[in-house]
Design a protein around this ligand. Structure first.
Ligand code: BGP
Length: 480
């Protein structure tokens, strides 16, 4: 009887807790637009008209949809109101570093840039939404990329530190949740977008990339320390692109390949969460002649670990010892071989809700720190249609199904005993895609009238999923 009672009590604890942070996420470079307004400097995104796939341009070109984005810079009030209407508890967003320090290495910040985020955070507070702020989401100031080669240079650390201290000081009463680098492991696959490294990726060695990662780790640990010193009740998270692998077959060779593939992801969160370099990476460096330059004090600084762990989750992938035997899958900046058991999105990303439960358990087993799902969602080519009542909408049942299936797995992970703080649906209002720079790859609950050629009124329309998510939040997940 005693056992049954205590099990029952535990089961009550393990559903979506009352303060579960339901919400959505956007990133400055994909939504704000106003790329030169109020003193903003250029960021790397302003010269990446084709996303990660295409070449960079000399100057910003009109084809680059991110220059206007969805004009969040001027429409943030309406957008945050729409989030409030859905009942958001949290809005994950990012600050464009180049609005605060236009070149990146100035001594004094740009007041107009700071004022913009004051307005955004005040609006969030007005609607009872907790802002969760990523300090660097794929938007290194262009000047730092070109002049210093981004995070390859150790000089980035003091620049980033000044930026962090400036925003912590300014927003100490407005922002409680922070994250350092978005998908920090993206550095591996797309060094320009991930780490502002201007040198073409083909010319970079592993040594270069590990050294850049070291600079980011030190900068991230310093940011944790500053935050804890300056705002003791604030929380800092790390953020990794959480695409874990399954072995393609039960062959032990494939299993080992999987272990190695997963370490490429976990290495980044291992350092930020445990506060030291794991032995597997030190061995790898030794065997491959990689020698990381560290300054005295670096290792001590790394001990400033994050308070919570966050990750994006869109898909799982498969790995094999010999990948050439199988067909390759498409994916979120990184991919493996195709899993024959999974369907895929219009962009070829394989859909695997159970992979989210697995990922949550995997991270929690490893770290025992609260987890936050920083991104999850389905990119689809939505069609705006007449809603029969004089307005327009999108019948995005496919998105509802995707999100429902993933959230059900979050619920199961909670029931497994995982501590999940919250969930942010990616691109809660349609934004420009990060990887392809397309507008037609939409994730939102809200449709934005902007076309691939840049035309459109930018008017917002509620999709069917808007109402569905509103009900999910108001029932705290019970209506799933
Ligand atoms: C993540 C990025 C986001 C976002 C998302 C969807 O990698 O952190 O910025 O865009 O993926 O990817 P995409 O826009 O390429 O479809």
């Amino acid at each position: 009887l005693f056992c049954a009672k205590s099990i029952k009590r535990n089961r009550e604890i393990m559903s979506f807790q009352k303060d579960f942070l339901w919400g959505g996420a956007l990133a400055a470079n994909q939504c704000e637009g106003a790329y030169l307004e109020d003193g903003k400097g250029l960021s790397i995104q302003d010269v990446m008209p084709k996303g990660v796939a295409g070449p960079v341009s000399e100057q910003p070109v009109p084809e680059n949809l991110k220059l206007i984005g969805i004009d969040f810079y001027h429409r943030y009030e309406e957008d945050i109101r729409l989030m409030a209407e859905m009942g958001f508890k949290v809005f994950r967003m990012s600050i464009a570093w180049s609005r605060i320090f236009p070149k990146g290495d100035e001594e004094q910040p740009n007041e107009k840039g700071l004022e913009f985020y004051d307005r955004v955070f005040d609006t969030c507070r007005l609607y009872g939404i907790e802002p969760m702020v990523t300090l660097s989401h794929y938007e290194t100031p262009l000047y730092l990329a070109k002049t210093y080669d981004g995070w390859r240079s150790r000089q980035m650390i003091p620049f980033f530190d000044r930026y962090c201290r400036t925003v912590f000081e300014r927003y100490q009463d407005k922002v409680k949740y922070w994250m350092t680098f978005n998908e920090i492991n993206a550095l591996w696959h797309f060094p320009l977008m991930g780490a502002g490294i201007w040198t073409p990726k083909e010319q970079l060695t592993e040594q270069d990339k590990y050294q850049a990662a070291h600079h980011e780790f030190v900068a991230s640990a310093l940011a944790v320390k500053r935050l804890h010193d300056m705002i003791p009740d604030a929380k800092m998270g790390c953020m990794v692109l959480g695409a874990l692998s399954y072995p393609m077959t039960p062959k032990p060779d494939d299993m080992i390949a999987m272990m190695e593939a997963d370490r490429k992801v976990m290495f980044f969160s291992d350092v930020q969460t445990r506060g030291y370099y794991p032995s597997y990476i030190k061995k790898y460096w030794e065997k491959n002649g990689i020698c990381i330059q560290m300054e005295s004090g670096d290792e001590e600084l790394l001990k400033n670990t994050v308070d919570y762990v966050s990750f994006s989750y869109y898909m799982s992938k498969c790995t094999a010892a010999d990948c050439s035997l199988y067909s390759k899958g498409a994916g979120n900046l990184t991919s493996g071989v195709k899993n024959p058991y999974l369907p895929e999105s219009e962009w070829g990303w394989q859909i695997d809700p159970q992979g989210l439960r697995y990922t949550l358990n995997y991270f929690y087993d490893r770290y025992q720190k609260p987890l936050f799902i920083a991104e999850n969602g389905l990119g689809a080519n939505d069609q705006l249609i007449d809603d029969g009542q004089g307005g327009y909408t999108v019948r995005d049942d496919y998105r509802i199904e995707y999100l429902r299936n993933h959230l059900k797995e979050v619920e199961k992970a909670l029931d497994d005993g995982v501590d999940v703080m919250g969930y942010a649906a990616w691109g809660c209002i349609d934004v420009v895609s990060a990887s392809t720079a397309q507008m037609k790859k939409r994730y939102g609950f809200v449709y934005v009238d902007r076309n691939e050629d840049g035309s459109g009124s930018l008017t917002r329309y509620k999709k069917k999923s808007f109402y569905w998510y509103r009900d999910v939040i108001s029932s705290n997940g019970a209506s799933l």
